[in-house]
Write a new protein. Structure first.
Length: 425
């Protein structure tokens, strides 16, 4: 992060572009991503996997689905993990070939399944027995063969935020691992289904390798069992979930490096003779983006100072939803001798939870000043809404000394265009 967003002559830059220059041109708030960071994190992840044999990276679009971001990654060879027809269409439009796309998600509609089959994607990750039969029925109607991989619920806690763990038995995701052999047995005899492998994804922002190790061991046991009963598995999709560093000043929750993560894959599954697929999202994009906002007011409450900014929870919901930490960078480099004060950085939305940073120690903020929320490249813009009828904010992509608006701010007219009055009004 700090490598791609640095102070030059005391002003925060994205690569060689000054953040205040972008703010002047597009207004605030806005998201700013850098190409160099996207390329760095993708290449870092990919090079860590060398030595694992045939590995394919399927970038999880839900982390950041801007077409320019996806195209940047596609140009590096990335495939895609999509969870809706919208994401599938965007991945195709960004230039990712159907055979590099996997489709995950616990509730794919019949229309989405039909579209995926007509597109000819690599595989559908099946999350329930009922979904398997639906896919079979649609594939039969379309007279095609559906490539499916079974998403396994491993009954393992990823030890991350409780809203980000996805493979405990009480979670909605995947098929109970004990049921996999019998389901596989009944699926392989069907002419319109081709079972191509197994899939898992245990959660997100995982910072302990132990949870990955446990889940990969369980996958290995399952494969051994299936192989012994004459059901060979040749492809393994291990999902995403590798955590990133959000608070560089904290020693807690240090995420493992992709190299250590790859070593765990090698130790647990290195000899299983499977092609490996991975679905990283956050790791690739989180620290490639900032949310830039302007201070509107500084308000002294009875026992607190509130720094009220023009971005809000509808633009970046992670602090409200998960209590997530985002570092706050002043756009003007703070001098080391500057005093600090403890403030609450809050947005203008009429919700008490619209707080970006409760009780944060910052150099004194003043109205009109620009601030940047760091680590906002993942699950920022993609989770935004228009709550309070606030317009979605622009997204900017920087490359070297250039920047481009990759999503513009809609006009109010555009925002209201889908609404209409009934005839009786
Ligand atoms: C969200 C998700 C991912 C990406 O997770 P990250 O934590 O962003 O790496 C990958 N696969 C599936 C199925 C997901 O739901």
């Amino acid at each position: 992060m700090r490598k791609f967003f640095t102070y030059r002559n005391g002003i925060l830059h994205a690569e060689s572009v000054s953040i205040p220059n972008i703010a002047e041109s597009v207004g605030t708030p806005f998201y700013c991503y850098t190409t160099a960071a996207l390329e760095h994190y993708y290449n870092f992840f990919q090079s860590a996997l060398k030595g694992l044999g045939e590995v394919c990276i399927h970038y999880a679009l839900k982390a950041n689905a801007n077409i320019a971001v996806v195209r940047t990654l596609a140009n590096l060879g990335a495939g895609a993990d999509v969870v809706s027809e919208g994401e599938l269409r965007l991945a195709l439009a960004a230039g990712i070939s159907p055979q590099q796309i996997v489709f995950s998600g616990v509730g794919k509609t019949p229309e989405e399944i039909a579209f995926a089959l007509q597109t000819g994607i690599l595989q559908l990750n099946v999350e329930s027995e009922a979904e398997l039969w639906t896919i079979h029925r649609i594939a039969t109607t379309l007279n095609t063969v559906a490539s499916v991989s079974f998403r396994v619920n491993l009954d393992i806690d990823a030890k991350t935020h409780h809203k980000m763990t996805t493979s405990r038995k009480e979670d909605k995701f995947g098929i109970e691992w004990r049921k996999i052999p019998s389901l596989l047995q009944s699926a392989i005899s069907l002419p319109h289904l081709k079972v191509v492998g197994l899939t898992t994804h245990i959660g997100s922002q995982i910072t302990n390798l132990q949870s990955f190790r446990k889940s990969f061991m369980r996958m290995r046991d399952l494969i051994t069992q299936l192989n012994a009963s004459g059901l060979p598995i040749r492809r393994l999709d291990l999902g995403g979930g590798l955590g990133v560093l959000y608070d560089p000043d904290s020693a807690a929750d240090l995420p493992p490096s992709p190299t250590a993560y790859a070593a765990v894959i090698r130790e647990t599954l290195g000899d299983c003779h499977c092609q490996i697929l991975l679905e990283p999202g956050r790791f690739i994009v989180a620290n490639a983006g900032l949310l830039v906002t302007r201070v509107l007011y500084v308000k002294e409450g009875s026992n607190k100072i509130f720094v009220i900014v023009d971005a809000a929870m509808n633009d970046l919901i992670r602090p409200s939803l998960y209590g997530a930490f985002h570092a706050i960078l002043p756009i003007t480099e703070p001098r080391l001798d500057m005093s600090r004060q403890t403030v609450d950085v809050v947005g203008p939305i009429c919700e008490t939870s619209d707080v970006f940073a409760p009780q944060r120690s910052l150099t004194p903020a003043f109205p009109g000043e620009l601030l940047a929320l760091d680590g906002a490249g993942a699950y920022g813009a993609t989770m935004a809404s228009t709550y309070n009828l606030r317009r979605l904010v622009p997204e900017i992509l920087v490359k070297g000394d250039k920047f481009s608006i990759i999503r513009r701010r809609p006009s109010y007219k555009e925002m209201f265009a889908l609404e209409s009055l009934p005839p009786w009004l």
